[in-house]
Design a protein around this ligand. Structure first.
Ligand SMILES: Cc1ncc(C[n+]2csc(CCOP(=O)(O)OP(=O)(O)O)c2C)c(N)n1
Ligand code: SF4
Ligand SMILES: [Mg+2]
Length: 277
């Protein structure tokens, strides 16, 4: 029986502001699950804290609404204990690049088999609009009335520098394209990072801007060429959407399983005996 996106909808109604970009991410993720025919009980969606991180509550798969900035350690633990599950980590730009910024490179270099969807609205939505690590310099908000003075981070460039094996950018205003990117990310046998430009209509509405400045990556872009990907990632106009990089190398849980085969089998009691001697 073919599955439908609504099969993945929980009975909790999303409480995002009307028009929030995160509605499109929710819809695209459910569509991607359905089109891949994934059984809801074989999926775990984990999150940190923020408006975007509420997503697991609105989906009927297994879920874990964690703590701020800790979605990647949480999702890593879930994947290692349940390697057969499809594990999705979701969260915001603040969650993943401020407080949680130190976890991103390690998940990437381990190549843990997780799809990480960062809903980037360039703002702290939940706490009412403070500037985030991806806010443009000069962003004026209640907590930065004279404009921010820090330069923004570029999540795609960071992911490429961290040796992430799948790196893509989607936009909430391009639903079909986002579904296709999610499907590839969910099937990727390693760490798959998707930055979704997901505007916060209440504190930093960038829909019109992204409609104007985003464009698909050049058709002849070679996704195995990291240098080319890094160059394209630095372009701000156009701000490219699509798959910047895609390569395959052994995943973390796959390698752990392989080591478990080689390591001597020993019980806890035997181990304790060894130390007592
Ligand atoms: C340890 C800790 N520090 C700070 C907070 C307050 N806090 C909650 S959400 C958030 C930022 C949310 O921004 P982002 O991750 O970009 O998510 P968004 O709401 O924009 O989707 C902060 C600072 C918290 N919950 N826990
Ligand atoms: S505050 Fe912004 S990010 Fe949060 S739900 Fe509203 S529009 Fe979305
Ligand atoms: Mg945010």
């Amino acid at each position: 029986m073919a599955r439908k996106p609504n099969d993945y909808k929980s009975n909790v109604k999303p409480i995002w502001c009307p028009g929030c970009g995160d509605y499109a991410v929710h819809a695209a993720l459910m569509r991607a699950f359905a089109e891949l025919d994934l059984a809801p009980e074989n999926i775990v969606v984990a999150s940190g804290i923020g408006c975007s991180s509420r997503l697991p509550g609105f989906i009927s798969t297994y879920g874990f609404h964690g703590i701020h900035g800790r979605v990647l350690p949480l999702a890593t633990g879930i994947k290692l204990s349940q390697p057969d599950k499809t594990v999705v980590a979701v969260g915001g730009d603040g969650d993943g690049l401020s407080i949680g910024g130190g976890h991103f490179p390690h998940a990437a270099r381990r190549n843990i088999e997780i799809a990480y969807i960062m809903m980037d609205n360039s703002i702290y939505g939940m706490t009412k609009g403070q500037a985030s690590p991806t806010s443009e310099k000069g962003t004026k908000q209640a907590a930065s009335p004279y404009g921010t003075i820090e330069a923004p981070l570029n999540p795609i460039l960071l992911a490429l520098a961290y040796n992430t094996s799948f790196v893509a950018r989607a936009f909430s205003g391009e639903l079909k394209e986002m579904v296709e990117i999610f499907k590839i990310a969910l099937q990727h046998p390693g760490f798959a990072f998707v930055q979704v430009l997901s505007p916060c209509v209440s504190f930093a509405n960038t829909y019109d801007l992204f409609r104007e400045i985003t464009a698909p990556l050049p058709e002849d872009h070679d996704v195995t060429n990291i240098t080319a990907a890094m160059q394209l990632a630095q372009s701000q106009a156009p701000l490219y959407r699509g798959i910047f990089h895609h390569s395959v190398r052994p995943g973390y849980s796959e390698q752990i399983a392989e080591i478990q085969q080689r390591a001597p089998k020993i019980t806890t009691a035997e181990l304790m005996d060894r130390y007592e001697r």
